[in-house]
Design a protein around this ligand. Structure first.
Ligand SMILES: *Cc1c(COP(=O)(O)O)cnc(C)c1O
Length: 374
């Protein structure tokens, strides 16, 4: 099929840089040879460097599988039999953590309305009333773009003698997250979102003390057994099963790019893109879901579609112009669009995208396009 390249404005998949795509096919190596061990040690070390962590206190395990595999690895491997988990949710991905945790252990949920702020008083109340082995929450709730208060929850976990697991699948390497905060035991991410590599490998970063404590916990999974992954990494620089080597190579190239750019520069760049997206969506007649004053991810903007415009028609119109945007999940299905600015997206791409969006909107919704032009 001969078609022009699509510009991906979703929070994953994204258009990768040439270095990342070259990485994918740069070497053909056997995963049981020293070349893979060097690669895995490099990836693991660079992940800690991006996280601002030290190998004396933390380790970064790489799991073959998408972000959900890393989440499932934690939720199936950390809690002893008879233990209890508390999940905090305010959107699609928080709810998925609860659904996954329920498979393996007794799970309580503090369920908020979608995009509501996490209610810290309710969290404190639950931690005072029950003894939990693990609290699970999402950092960047990708269904809305909201950033949740990880450090505040971590402080409550520390105070009540429990440990926090943070799903940072869509925010790691883009949104600020202090993983040194006491109380945080594990964090997950995926190669195919903010890290701007390909989907299919994911990461669990954790405190070494938390990994060591898994020795006495029998995991509910063999393939995703977190302690097995950790021991193979620590003792042999290896993975328990066949790793997706080309995806590790591409991830390594992406990590080198993140470190070369530097986290501060990267976050400022993404924040700048987000302001451009937010402003131009408003000009085109869309209303951002989150108030400018709310804590929100720098890599993604979610906005209500103007009344009278169908998401499917809008999406199809943009697709014809070469742009792939994301839609809403759950209660936002058909009502919002999501625009992310990862990988090779830059100001020039955004300028062209908003020309295309305004063109499509003029066709679909002349009154809103006219209003904003006045
Ligand atoms: C995308 C996402 C997931 C699931 O990751 P997959 O790679 O689709 O398995 C989990 N949590 C969050 C916050 C996400 O954005």
């Amino acid at each position: 099929m001969n078609r022009t390249k699509q510009t991906l404005l979703s929070p994953g998949p994204i258009n990768v840089t040439p270095a990342v795509s070259r990485g994918l096919t740069s070497e053909e190596i056997c995963h049981r040879e020293v070349e893979f061990e060097v690669l895995l040690r490099g990836v693991s070390g660079r992940l800690l460097e991006v996280a601002g962590l030290d190998a004396t206190s933390h380790a970064a395990v790489v799991v073959t599988g998408s972000g959900s595999a890393a989440n499932e690895s934690v939720l199936s491997s950390v809690v002893p039999r008879g233990g209890r988990v508390l999940v905090l949710s305010n959107g699609e991905f928080g709810e998925r953590l609860a659904i996954t945790s329920e498979i393996f252990q007794t799970t309580d949920s503090i369920r908020h309305g979608w995009n509501e702020r996490i209610d810290l008083a309710r969290v404190e109340e639950a931690l005072s009333a029950n003894r939990y082995d693990l609290i699970a929450m999402v950092h960047h709730e990708t269904s809305s773009g909201r950033l949740n208060p990880v450090e505040e929850v971590a402080a409550l976990c520390e105070k009540h003698g429990t440990q926090l697991f943070v799903d940072a699948v869509s925010s790691f390497s883009a949104d600020e997250l202090n993983l040194k905060a006491p109380g945080i035991a594990f964090m997950t991410t995926s190669a195919g979102k903010a890290l701007a590599a390909y989907p299919g490998v994911s990461v669990v970063i954790g405190r070494i003390t938390a990994f060591d404590a898994l020795e006495n916990v029998r995991a509910h999974s063999q393939y995703l057994d977190l302690h097995r992954h950790y021991c193979k990494l620590r003792d042999k620089s290896q993975t328990p099963n066949t790793p997706a080597v080309p995806l590790f190579l591409a991830l390594d190239a992406a990590l080198v790019e993140v470190l070369t750019e530097g986290m501060d520069v990267r976050m400022a760049r993404l924040r700048h893109f987000q302001r451009i997206v937010r402003k131009n969506l408003q000009v085109a007649g869309f209303t951002p879901l989150l108030d400018a004053s709310e804590p929100q991810s720098c890599l993604l903007t979610t906005a209500w579609i103007p009344n009278g415009v169908s998401y499917d028609t809008l999406k199809a119109g943009l697709r014809d112009e070469g742009y792939i945007v994301y839609g809403g999940k759950g209660e936002y299905d058909g009502r919002v669009i999501q625009v992310a600015t990862l990988g090779t997206v830059d100001e020039e791409v955004l300028t062209r995208f908003f020309i295309a969006l305004n063109k499509v909107m003029l066709r679909l919704h002349p009154s809103s396009a006219l209003r904003s032009a006045m």
